[in-house]
Design a protein around this ligand. Structure first.
Ligand SMILES: *Cc1c(COP(=O)(O)O)cnc(C)c1O
Length: 868
């Protein structure tokens, strides 16, 4: 018989054990080993059986057992102490409370996925893990963030393999009552409900659940409620599933419903309204449209005024240079949901459509692009590593035509990782032993570890590797059982991998640019590395392909088939169902973390950072974070064949470079032992890795960057523009309309410069006079600049400096003279030009409007008039 409905009955804890309930519901336990120890000690066998899930553990306890435990005075005392410790963590002042006054009182953070712990499987990969680390770090640092996301009833799929090595997907139904979340309720006990209007008079309703991530609340919207029709109930069924309309509805619920959920949260909890809205990737972009709606209907602002107010306080982070990673919808589909019965009534649909329009060269007029809307709705935007900043500025240059790539207003904040989540406990314990006491800051651990002897560091590495080997065997056995093998056939599994062999890890999602199977390029070469008589390597591989990605599944199958070969299966394993739990043993247990993406498509990559914090050395293409943090001694750079057009040839070259490096560098160093059996030169690298990368890859560094570079400035702009009366938003909107309308009349008519003689010398100062037409604009509306720098063979300026010119004289008919000076500060080819830019103190920079007037240089007019 099948149940028609299911729910989970939560345990009622006897009073002395009541604090266990709060300890289980506050996800701080997921990065606090002491709290995990407490739960383990309640029932070690059950703890293992439920996969280290505190709530599930409590669910296994019978009332009789609970009574017994409540009488255990020592346990009760430890429960009390843990509750006190949590309370102190939640209430004391932390880093953010020491920041200068004026920092935002609340920041809303939107993400389509969150990877916080394996027991709340609401993530698919790096984006979600990063969001989880962001919230945990905000909690540790006391940054007042409120997270907003969706609760997927099936989460992301769990992966297993068929006999043939083909990926199988399962979508276990998650029962919210069995998850560490609580339903948000009004004062009268009724559930908080948000609704979004849909075409045809339908409505999408959602309940709101709250996960408590240390100090940070995370609101998750859930459409599986009885008021909804079956189609709407399924909106939050699974992460990244379904067709286009399904995705659009998810993103409308996340963005629009998310803002409404935040309003409800403030009403119920008394928490201050968010002053800054941060959207982690484009999926939540409709939050800006909802904020515009609020301001238009509530404050009577025009669309343009509301746009200025909303975008001043919005931060957008782009996460991928891979076009397939960016959500694009049919324009008609968006028109259907925002015209007529609109989800955001009162906001003109043509203006919404314009926000997502690909108006640049090569853009598709039939498409609504969520990343493009993200940039238009946020005054501040960033990529997630320095190189990714460069790539994003190039990729989205079309939104700021007339500006050179380096002037495109997209900055970068390099991602980081949450050490308490990702660093093996043994690493911190060794650090504590060396420091002679508890470590208060993660940074202290890397410093303390530097004082530990080589033998102890090597001992630690051995322990971590061995743990991985045991875990890999258990997972492999389970995987083979699923593939239909009997126990009798699996005797070999107990000898798979060797705790003393150089261990290389490779685990990530399987989009093609990550090149899961690059290592298989020359199977014979790989085999000889695995089976080397004295310097063997072993490889642990994991990763999920997107369910719709047949190509990715084929790559997994290729790898599994290779690893199934009895000749090598003791040296290479594919472990199904890569997730947080696996990752936590995998990174520390590997000696080398391999990453071979197609440069520059890896925006940042964070698994290598997590590996590095555990003393595992990176062996990677110089892409994402590694491009910026590789220093020549903290790991290895796989040479890239950038510029080789033929992808096959490029793969061949890069794979060959990888094999060479592994053989002659990595393995050689790992097996180079001294009289004490220690690989001194390897350990030197491990120490250097910990010391040099430790502080840089931490999410505390990342969050401090976000606070300083984005949240504080956005909060300040928001206060000016989004403050009472919105006078300044009105002013800025009116100014932008006026400037845009009049820009056609802005011209650089003529430029004069002092003669520099035949051989200009370094340090010479050159006077510049620019004659410009401003049409209906006044000199206060613009900045006239001389831009100078090196020139290349095409007269293109590179590495430029911009110097503002002063207004000197007004002529008739809107013509003006501006003048100033430039200094020749570099030897070699030098050039300059003059440009006019809109200027207003409330813009975040001169490129904000995407408007610029440059001299028109035509062929009949020798370029030397203006350039050189
Ligand atoms: C860190 C992590 C990722 C992301 O790693 P990348 O290096 O960005 O590919 C994906 N999945 C899990 C489980 C992780 O822990």
């Amino acid at each position: 018989m099948r149940a028609i409905r299911r729910f989970t009955v939560r345990t009622v804890l006897p009073a002395p054990l009541a604090p266990l309930g709060e300890l289980a519901l506050n996800l701080r336990w997921s990065w606090h080993p002491q709290t995990q120890d407490l739960f383990r000690s309640v029932d070690p066998a059950a703890w293992e059986a439920v996969g280290h899930d505190p709530l599930a553990l409590l669910g296994t306890l019978t009332p009789a057992r609970l009574e017994e435990l409540a009488a255990d005075r020592e346990l009760v005392a430890r429960v009390g102490a843990a509750a006190e410790d949590l309370d102190a963590y939640l209430t004391g002042d932390r880093w953010y409370q020491g920041q200068p006054a004026g920092a935002p009182a609340s920041i809303a953070y939107f993400s389509p996925e969150y990877g916080i712990t394996a027991v709340l499987p609401q993530y698919s990969g790096g984006l979600g893990i990063l969001a989880g680390d962001h919230l945990k770090t905000a909690s540790d640092l006391g940054v007042p963030i409120v997270g907003v996301g969706l609760l997927y009833r099936h989460g992301y799929f769990t992966q297993s393999l068929s006999r043939e090595g083909w990926q199988q997907e399962h979508y276990p139904l998650l029962d919210p009552d069995a998850l560490p979340i609580t339903k948000l309720r009004e004062a009268d006990g009724s559930p908080v409900r948000v609704a979004v209007d849909l075409p045809g008079g339908r409505q999408l309703h959602a309940d709101v659940w709250k996960a408590q991530v240390g100090r940070v609340p995370l609101l998750l919207l859930d459409s599986d409620v009885e008021d909804n029709d079956p189609t709407e109930r399924d909106v939050t069924d699974r992460l990244y599933g379904g067709g286009s309309e399904h995705r659009l509805l998810q993103e409308m619920l996340l963005g629009i419903g998310g803002v409404r959920a935040l309003r409800a949260w403030s009403r119920i909890s008394g928490a201050p309204a968010p002053e800054v809205f941060h959207t982690n990737e484009g999926h939540a972009g409709f939050l800006g449209v909802e904020r515009i709606r609020e301001l238009m209907t509530g404050e009577g602002l025009s669309f343009d005024e509301a746009l200025e107010a909303a975008r001043s306080a919005t931060v957008f982070t782009t996460h991928t240079p891979v076009p397939a990673g960016i959500d694009r919808f049919g324009r008609d589909l968006v028109a259907q949901h925002f015209g007529g019965d609109s989800a955001t009534p009162g906001v003109p649909v043509d203006r919404i459509l314009a926000l997502g329009a690909e108006t640049y060269e090569g853009g598709d007029p039939g498409v609504f692009n969520m990343a493009v809307m993200g940039f238009r709705l946020a005054q501040r935007a960033n990529g997630v590593a320095k190189l990714h900043g460069v790539v994003s500025r190039g990729m989205f240059n079309g939104l700021w035509p007339g500006f050179d790539r380096q002037e495109v207003p997209i900055g970068s904040v390099t991602n980081g990782v949450h050490a308490p989540t990702w660093v093996a406990r043994e690493v911190f314990e060794l650090g504590e032993k060396a420091a002679g006491g508890p470590l208060t800051e993660p940074d202290d651990a890397w410093r303390a570890l530097d004082t530990v002897s080589d033998a102890d560091v090597w001992g630690l590495r051995r322990v971590l590797r061995e743990k991985l080997v045991h875990e890999a065997r258990a997972r492999l056995r389970a995987a083979w059982a699923e593939r239909g093998a009997s126990d009798a056939e699996l005797g070999w599994v107990q000898d798979v991998l060797d705790p003393d062999v150089l261990t290389i890890g490779f685990a990530r999602r399987v989009p093609s640019y990550k090149r899961l199977t690059l290592m298989l390029r020359d199977p014979e070469r790989l085999r000889s590395l695995l089976l080397h008589p004295t310097r063997p390597v072993q490889i642990v591989v994991a990763g999920k392909a997107h369910p719709a990605d047949e190509g990715g599944k084929r790559l997994i199958q290729d790898l599994v088939r290779f690893a199934d070969d009895p000749a090598v299966r003791h040296r290479i394993v594919f472990l199904p169902n890569y997730d947080i739990a696996m990752a936590q043993t995998l990174y520390p247990g590997c000696d080398v973390w391999l990453n071979n993406p197609l440069r520059p498509l890896e925006a940042c990559g964070t698994s290598g950072m997590k590996a590095a914090l555990n003393g595992c050395l990176n062996l990677s293409i110089l892409d994402g974070w590694w491009d910026e943090m590789y220093d020549g001694n903290n790991g290895w750079a796989i040479p890239t064949a950038d510029g080789v057009e033929d992808p096959d040839r490029r793969d061949d070259l890069e794979a060959a470079a990888l094999y060479d490096l592994v053989e002659s560098n990595v393995a050689a160093r790992f097996y180079d032992r001294d009289a004490d059996g220690l690989p001194r030169r390897w350990l030197e690298m491990v120490r250097h890795d910990l010391k040099s990368l430790g502080p840089k890859v931490l999410s505390s560094r990342m969050l401090a960057d976000y606070v300083r570079d984005l949240y504080v400035p956005a909060g300040a702009s928001g206060r000016v523009l989004d403050g009472a009366g919105h006078e300044r938003a009105k002013e800025l909107a009116a100014w932008k309309l006026r400037v845009r309308g009049a820009w056609g009349g802005v011209r650089v008519d003529h430029v004069e410069a002092d003669g520099v003689g035949d051989t200009p010398q370094l340090g010479t100062t050159v006077g510049v006079r620019a004659f410009v037409s401003l049409g209906a604009l006044s000199p206060e509306d613009v900045e006239v600049q001389v831009v100078h720098g090196q020139v290349d063979a095409h007269d293109d300026l590179t590495s430029t400096t911009a110097v503002p010119l002063q207004h000197a004289e007004a002529f008739e008919q809107g013509r003006h003279r501006f003048e100033g000076q430039m200094r020749l500060e570099r030897t070699g080819p030098f050039g300059y030009t003059v440009r006019v830019l809109p200027r207003h103190e409330l813009t975040a920079g001169p490129a904000e409007l995407g408007l610029v007037a440059l001299p028109t240089v035509t062929a009949s007019e020798p370029s030397t008039d203006y350039l050189r």
